[in-house]
Design a protein around this ligand. Sequence first.
Ligand code: 5GP
Ligand code: ZN
Length: 113
Amino acid sequence: MTDCLFCKIVKGEIPSDRVHEDADVIAFRDIAPKAPTHILVIPRRHIPDAHALTDADGDILGKLFAAARRVADDAGLENGYRVVTNIGPESGQTVFHLHFHVLGGRPMSWPPG
Ligand code: 5GP
Ligand code: ZN
């Protein structure tokens, strides 16, 4: 997707503060952090959101969650953290390339707003 912000971050056309990358996944710090640790974990391949996932995407989902675990461990989030993905405008999704927010470093309230 040529006009996708996160595809441009994957290609390095837009700079990001990367904390992890491998063949299929990158993770970078959110530009407007909502917690002391706020990292976005995304597939290199363009997938619009989690609603677009199918049975065929089990491999990339496992890799995304393995990367989330790794960045949480690297950030020292031993007291817990939250993994969030927004789907569609009403959820608050603003970038339509699948991403998991990894949030931690402060107590989280429930339910989310
Ligand atoms: P969403 O609202 O779609 O769930 O999450 C998109 C996230 O991307 C937001 O938390 C927003 O702060 C972050 N974001 C938007 N533009 C950029 C950018 O250019 N660089 C980085 N690192 N994060 C961005
Ligand atoms: Zn994209």
